[in-house]
Design a protein. Structure first.
Length: 418
């Protein structure tokens, strides 16, 4: 029988620090939803977009299921049917509602879900007073905190999609957009050799970021900037969506079967290209990073430029040593700097999402967190404008299917030096 990795080690922070962070992160989720009307909470326009109410419930179920029920025997579930509704894909934790049918459920009400969150927060606080310095609880709480931060980014993505399909084009944020500056083009070259990638310090990481290992890299150069709207518009003007030689076979079928001819959220109005954002719709900012691009589009654009997408390994060694910019802790939810290396757009790589050498899934439900999705998806790197501050790191491996583009995904280019 296959051996699974057990959850071991210690959290990167003390229990007291984790509890403080837990309460802060939980409040941030409520803040994200505070601008919504009740009608917004239950909308699900497509399978991959979940209703905001579901995110509020699911992130709460995660803590209830993996911590409270396991360690606090006197605690009863808030509602015995909530696991069916708010479990996402953890098969070992029982049956769950179909992802594409989450928006069919008007009940529980938003208020009931908020009560569920409050009761769970109270119980988590009580648990930490009872079980101080329990390494396993600390590890699970830290995982749950980062899981909720992932859902904060998903909330921004899903709210944008929900508002973006509405003919009224509702405005989520009243914060002013930043006018992008024209980036100065630059490239960074890397020599041929053996490099190390993967997480390698005591801070938190997901299981799919390790083990750290050696990888051989051929000489290459990688763009310091991400591709801008203006550059991508040139691709459109050059009939890039009509040239089959630029496209992978599946990509060509996809753009034709779904009438794709521009990035998601772009539209023409009075012969001027506009883009829908969480701040409303505006004329296209030509110097801002292009976003909401599928892998198929990113790959076709790179081929049109006579270049290619970088590999996951190349991107990680490029990002090594580049930290988050604290000034990005603001209310701007639209990429605005093609020169900023991280936390603007997730950049597609040409690498399939697969396990690193020596990777083992953990036992129990948390073993379903990442490993079982290592099939038919591509890795993205770099964080995006909606990624919570402190959540990003160079070893972070995001992953999506080739046709998906409702996330803040963009393009960084590379070239062989062989």
């Amino acid at each position: 029988m296959k051996q699974y990795q057990t959850l071991s080690g210690k959290a990167s922070k003390t229990g007291e620090e984790l509890l403080k962070e837990y309460l802060s992160v939980r409040q941030k989720t409520i803040h994200i939803c505070s601008r919504l009307e009740k009608e917004d909470y239950v909308v699900q326009p497509c399978t991959e977009v979940s209703p905001p109410k579901w995110h509020l419930g699911h992130t709460t179920w995660f803590f209830e299921e993996l911590i409270l029920i396991k360690f606090f025997q006197s605690i009863k579930r808030f509602n015995e049917k909530f696991p069916l509704l708010f479990n996402s894909y953890y098969k070992s934790s029982g049956k769950h509602w179909l992802q594409g049918e989450r928006g069919q459920l008007s009940r529980p009400t938003v208020e009931e879900v908020l009560d569920y969150r409050k009761a769970t927060d109270d119980n988590i606080s009580k648990l930490f007073l009872t079980y101080k310095n329990n390494p396993e609880i600390d590890l699970l709480l830290e995982l749950g905190i980062h899981h909720e931060q992932q859902h904060q980014e998903l909330l921004y993505m899903d709210i944008k999609y929900i508002f973006g399909i509405n003919p009224l084009l509702p405005q989520y944020s009243e914060a002013p957009l930043v006018k992008a500056q024209k980036p100065v083009e630059g490239w960074k070259a890397f020599k041929e050799g053996v490099y190390e990638i993967g997480h390698h310090n005591p801070s938190f990481s997901y299981d799919n970021e390790g083990p750290r290992h050696k990888t051989y890299i051929h000489p290459f150069r990688i763009s310091e900037n991400t591709v801008t709207n203006g550059e991508y518009l040139e691709f459109i003007k050059d009939k890039g969506y009509s040239i089959p030689l630029l496209w992978l076979s599946e990509g060509w079928d996809w753009i034709n079967n779904h009438n794709i001819h521009c990035p998601h959220y772009w539209f023409e109005m009075d012969d001027v290209w506009h883009e829908f954002t969480l701040h409303g719709h505006y004329p296209l900012d030509l110097n801002a990073p292009v976003s909401h691009i599928s892998y198929f589009e990113a790959d076709a654009f790179a081929r049109w430029k006579g270049l290619r997408l970088p590999t996951e390994q190349e991107t990680e060694i490029f990002l090594e040593g580049i930290s988050e910019d604290p000034s990005l802790q603001n209310e701007i939810l639209q990429p605005y700097s093609a020169e900023t290396k991280v936390n603007q757009v997730w950049c597609w790589t040409r690498s399939q999402y697969s396990p690193y050498p020596g990777f083992q899934v953990c036992e129990g439900p948390i073993g379903e967190y990442n490993g079982k999705f290592m099939c038919n998806q591509f890795v993205l790197k770099g964080g995006c404008i909606a990624t919570p501050y402190g959540h990003y790191r160079p070893s972070y491996r995001n992953f999506y299917k080739a046709q998906q583009r409702w996330m803040f995904s963009g393009i960084r280019l590379a070239k062989d030096l062989i």
